[in-house]
Design a protein around this ligand. Sequence first.
Ligand code: NAD
Length: 554
Amino acid sequence: MPTDNPRHPKFPIPGGSDLRARGWRQESLLRLLENVLSVGEDPDSLIVYAALGKAARNWASHDAIVNALKTMEEDETLIIQSGKPIGVVKTHAKAPLVIMANCNLVGQWARAEIFYELEKKGLICWGGLTAGAWQYIGSQGVIQGTYEIFMRIAERRFGGELAGRFILTAGLGGMGGAQPLAGRMAGAAILCIDVDAERARKRKEIGYLEEIAPNLDTALEMIDQAVREKRALSVGLVGNAAEIYPEIARRGVVPDIVTDQTSAHDLVYGYVPKGYSVERARELRTTNPEELMTASRSSIVEHVRAMLSFQQNGAEVFDNGNLIRTQAKAGGVKNAFDIPIFTEAYLRPLFAKAVGPFRWMAQSGDPDDIRKIDDKLLEMFPNNKIVTNWIRLAREHVPFEGLPARIAWLGHGERTQLAIAVNAMVENGELSGPITFSRDHLDAGAMAHPNIMTERMKDGSDAIADWPILDAMLLCSSMADLVVVHSGGGGYAGYMTSAGVTVVADGTGAATERLDHALTNDTALGVMRYADAGYEESFEEIAEKGIGHIALKH
Ligand code: NAD
């Protein structure tokens, strides 16, 4: 039975043991579609996160996808082009059930203004990576990544801990909403600015944010007191980051860590410029997008200049994957790229070993399934410090949104071992229903994004999109249940290509085979991609785990 969803009453959270489709694979993918809407930012408009990231092109497409998933057989494949179902064809039982191509534009045409034109004509939609591929699990999806970044900074600069440290950030949306909780889990006092009061309220309601301050003075006092007491605290403040960051700098306050996760990638549908209310910005999206674009860019210039001034005064400042430096540079901030990107600065050694944001969801809706998998994970990988520390913290702090889910940064071999063990738990009845496994698109073999994932690769291969395309083809050959090849839309048009994957553990022998091939080959490609770029950690992984890499020099 689906359960009530107080946040979006029209979009119940799927679950239970009733099958509406002709098999658990189809039913599970259907539940994932329902789930991304149940936890989405604006499900009435099919918007899940990342400003305009949608689960389907429009409601007719949504309904046709639901109908196809309910009626298709195990040996058929549903083809989806940018959120619109195109057809169901006969393949075979080991083929993917769903293949998707989202938002891919030909090189010279991959620009924001062309994307918006095509979008208006109803020909394309921005899949927001895990939104369009139904893999989004709420703000938890990026929470471990954000936490790990904070902890890497703690190790490098603050003696391994963030107690008594001040983090300043902005953006409390679908993904940015993870920041206050990640900061608190890391032990810091974190201040999060969002221009939209409703977003701040939402994060407080679901337990990701502790307090909302009435004004900047109070916010800084709350942070200051927590810093002095070395107490973890998350504070939200409603306001525009392009005003508040410079004001904090003007007062001579220098946070220890500064970042930003507003939707700066999208100057029209995402970022709200200084001096504009949320309502006014929304209105201008249709009446005068050009004005909004210009105003957003000049606000981002001020926003990033303040970030740079914090950096010059000793703060650790980084870009958290929202293209804010790119927009600022286009607006004339020549040194915007003095701010490093989080992937290159902190996480690359993990990606070189294909350790990345793996996740799973309980199709039954029963949170106990996730707890039992937590136990299994702790039992299987007692020496993996990152994972054991994370699972203990996540259990205590991370509330479930939608279908109960867990994220954990696992690498090559570990993901497969866990998934196969979980499939056995489904088979023997230890778990109350199937589990779906997927990952973020920001994964070793899965993403080319020269301003985020692949910035400053050792061999300069930043912009080569062969890797995610190879990954998607490999996943189709490796029996994954859902495979997507995805590129940027809106402000991300022309900036990225990625591959996504979902595999259903329904307790069958066929699922064991699918999980084994798909998850193993996905990370094998990731390790080989980084080996090809010359990363030492990847060669070690190849030797240790016997990955079939052909080592040729460029
Ligand atoms: P979202 O659209 O759900 O939320 C963005 C938030 O920013 C909104 O709450 C909005 O009110 C706020 N905002 C906009 N302009 C503002 C301003 N000037 N001052 C203060 N607040 C402002 O987007 P999201 O899903 O939270 O993603 C945020 C950004 O992070 C996007 O650019 C997204 O693509 C990127 N992202 C990065 C990663 C990563 O791996 N680091 C992962 C996912 C998303």
